[in-house]
Ligand binder design. Structure first.
Ligand code: 0HT
Length: 327
């Protein structure tokens, strides 16, 4: 029975969190992403102009999956594609002896420019893995029958290293009880229903809840437009800036705490987490950590929310469920 733990290292402004993964005989820093289901990495096959500065997977240690290829596009329109090898993957001591490793032969500029990240490790459901002609399993699905318990946990922190664990829940990492809610896997995401939202100390409700996904690979918290609008209406100097593509606030603002009701419990995102980052270095205008989910089709509980809670991604029962506890 395998169990393991790996650090989640925050990048600038907590834009993403990277974890060390051994693939074949390379150690790479990957972005664990519960919003997608492909494990892909820069490789010795990637064009040098695209992979400069990145750690590279050398497929010589793997076995090529003949005829298999992959091509993924993310919500921010970033993309990558390539071919596939079966190789050994180790995460925090948990070993998958034959994991589908997707070697990039082409990546979009967003990935080229993010030199700290050597690729992604998808933790959504394998039903949305993009490998053709035959989709392959995520790392979690590959190892889940060998885990002490078919769960993984997410303990992200603001501006500090957090951790992912596989195969066990660490009771020292949270306070109070874990509140579980059912997961709808129809879209391949860890999708659940939020009951409602409110801002500040009062329960000045900013609206009914809705369908949401838990996505470690998305930096911000995307909510129904009416909820975002109501939240920022309470902040002096807040505005929707079309050029920036979202709400901005004065960096000197102290946004109110934001409360989310899930499974009958209330979880609070400290207002300081919603004063996300200056538009560019030195700017006195900051981008808001809450944005509207317009056009996406569901809300996205990204890192701004996840770093306020301890989250349990539980596939150990008859149907998957998500657990949340206060950190
Ligand atoms: C298999 C592709 C994965 C699952 C992809 N997942 C995602 O885009 C989800 N997660 C996004 C990722 O966490 C991304 N932020 C990681 C970084 C490093 C690029 C979003 C939806 C929260 C997806 O749904 N892509 C859509 C494109 C899309 C998604 C959202 C909005 C608009 C367009 C697609 O390809 O659908 C077929």
């Amino acid at each position: 029975c395998q169990t393991g733990e790996v650090a989640a290292d925050p990048q600038l402004y907590d834009q993403s969190y990277l974890s060390p993964v051994t693939i074949g005989n390379s150690e790479l820093m990957l972005d664990f992403d519960t919003g997608s289901a492909d494990l892909w990495c820069f490789s010795t096959e990637s064009p040098a102009a695209q992979s400069a500065g990145h750690g590279l997977y050398n497929p010589s240690t793997g076995t090529e999956l003949d005829g298999a290829f992959w091509d993924i596009t993310y919500g921010d329109q970033s993309a990558a594609s390539g071919n596939v090898f079966a190789d050994k993957v180790v995460v925090g001591g948990v070993t998958a002896t034959k994991q589908a490793v997707e070697a990039a032969t082409s990546v979009s500029y967003e990935f080229t420019e993010d030199v700290a990240s050597d690729g992604l490790l998808g933790l959504a459901f394998s039903s949305i893995n993009t490998i053709l002609p035959q989709p392959q399993t995520t790392f979690f699905d590959t190892v889940r029958n060998s885990l002490a318990k078919a769960v993984f946990t997410v303990d992200l922190k603001k501006g500090a290293a957090g951790s992912y664990t596989f195969g066990y829940i660490d009771s020292s990492k949270y306070s109070g009880a874990i509140t579980y809610v059912p997961v709808n896997t129809a879209n391949g995401f860890w999708q659940f229903t939020a009951d409602g939202y409110s801002a500040g100390g009062s329960d000045s409700s900013t609206g009914r809840g809705g369908v949401a996904i838990a996505d470690t690979g998305t930096s911000l918290l995307y909510l129904p437009a009416s909820v975002a609008k109501a939240y920022y209406s309470g902040i002096q100097g807040a505005t929707f800036d079309f050029r920036q593509g979202g709400y901005t606030i004065p960096c000197s603002a102290t946004p109110p705490d934001f409360n989310v009701a899930i499974g009958g419990k209330t979880f609070t995102v400290p207002g300081s987490y919603i004063n996300y980052a200056p538009l560019r270095a030195g700017s006195s205008t900051c981008f808001g950590g809450i944005q509207a989910d317009t056009g996406i089709g569901f809300s996205i509980f990204g890192d701004v929310f996840l770093k306020a809670v301890y989250a349990v991604f539980d596939d150990s029962g008859s149907s998957p469920r998500l657990g949340f506890a206060a950190q």
